[in-house]
Design a protein around this ligand. Structure first.
Ligand SMILES: NC(=O)c1ccc[n+]([C@@H]2O[C@H](COP(=O)([O-])OP(=O)(O)OC[C@H]3O[C@@H](n4cnc5c(N)ncnc54)[C@H](OP(=O)(O)O)[C@@H]3O)[C@@H](O)[C@H]2O)c1
Length: 337
């Protein structure tokens, strides 16, 4: 892998959430490396909200690197329905995993934050220095803040214990393998699904949440995996780092684009009684480039085209997050001694 030109400095890697949307890309890239021992625990086997499972995971696998991707995630609707769960589970997973990793002699931990951690009215592009300048947008604050506590823990643990934890903040992700369940999906899979189903029904319109005026930045999932692994290999500082493209698109322009790619010819009706969420999102992506040479590669339209194509060919299974049995087997690779 080109990002590991000087070799990958770890041998035993635990990727929590490694069977999830982003996790599958990260694990697949690590597995290509050949010499690494990669373990992707499932929630059914190690519930990381539970401290004793977290301890057992680290005792059994003895990783030198932990990439923490496990999280309870979802779109605005899911965040609004279960703010307590989004807060508690994400907070507990992060706090316990970082503490237990330190106690078990892990050499490095990569923690994934989220753009939802930024204050609601951050000036664009969002700079890492602005992370603490206000409260996040209320629809995703419990999730964003729970994850942001990993930054506090990471910085204080580096200071007190010299524990090497880094904290990355990806933009909204999309791509093949995304979650298309209407109850929990993010905006891109939700819109793709609505447009395709409307086309098939011959419907004249689709409904979309909010006003369409909000903007978002979208990072292709494989690009995000690349950024996570570059940072894992070579970034060892306590300052948080954004992972994104540096470009934004309004939701209304996004709907037009998805309408075209899904061949849905009807109109869009905006549901003004539903929230827009944060008004704008665009990240300053210069630090990731300076510190570990990360630059997103996938143009949005091409990434969307691949996502639509993936969904159209796998619709039968996508509602259950499309963890196919084959993929499960690959990811369940047990820790080698
Ligand atoms: N998706 C985005 O747009 C986005 C944007 C910014 C940041 N992120 C961050 O990126 C990471 C990956 O997100 P994703 O979209 O790939 O999420 P995802 O597809 O929902 O995957 C999350 C994974 O977390 C695991 N998990 C959840 N609760 C757990 C628990 N109690 N114990 C153990 N494992 C648990 C699940 O394991 P099982 O499969 O075994 O149930 C699942 O594989 C997260 O940290 C998220 O906050 C995502």
């Amino acid at each position: 892998m080109e990002e590991f030109k000087n070799g990958f400095p770890y041998e035993r890697v635990v990727v929590t959430g490694g069977a999830g949307f982003l996790g599958r890309f990260v694990v697949a890239r690590l597995q290509q490396h050949g010499n690494l021992n990669v373990f992707a625990p499932r929630r059914a086997d190690y519930d990381l909200v539970n401290g004793s499972d977290t301890k057992r995971l680290l005792t059994e696998t003895r990783p030198d690197l932990v990439i923490h991707l496990a999280a309870v995630v979802g779109g605005i609707g899911a965040n609004q329905k279960q703010p307590g769960r989004f807060f508690y589970e994400n907070l507990m997973m992060g706090a316990q995993l970082i503490e237990q990793s330190r106690l078990h002699g892990v050499k490095k931990l990569v923690a994934l934050g989220t753009v939802c951690a930024y204050p609601k009215l951050t000036a664009t592009p969002f700079r890492e220095e602005d992370l603490w300048n206000g409260y996040p947008e209320k629809t995703n604050a419990p999730y964003g803040l729970a994850k942001k506590m990993m930054l506090v823990q990471s910085q204080s643990y580096r200071q007190q214990y010299g524990f090497n934890t880094i904290f990355l903040l990806p933009a909204n992700l999309y791509g093949p393998g995304d979650n298309f369940n209407p109850e929990t999906s993010h905006v891109i899979p939700a819109l793709i699904r609505k447009c395709i189903e409307a086309r098939e029904r011959g419907a004249e319109f689709v409904e979309a949440w909010g006003t369409g005026h909000a903007s978002r930045e979208f990072l292709y999932v494989a690009d995000c995996a690349d950024g996570v692994l570059r940072a894992a290999a070579s970034y060892n500082e306590s300052e948080p780092v954004n992972l994104g493209t540096g470009s934004e698109i309004t939701i209304s322009a996004l709907v037009q684009l998805i309408g075209r790619l899904t061949r849905f010819g009807g109109e869009v009706r905006w549901q003004h009684d539903k929230p827009d969420g944060q008004p704008r999102r665009r990240l300053d992506v210069s630090r990731a480039f300076e510190k570990f040479g990360f630059q997103a590669q996938m143009p949005l339209e091409e990434g969307l085209r691949r996502t639509v194509e993936w969904y159209e060919t796998r619709r039968a299974t996508s509602d259950r997050k499309d963890i196919s049995p084959e993929t499960k087997t690959n990811l369940q690779s047990s820790p080698k001694s």
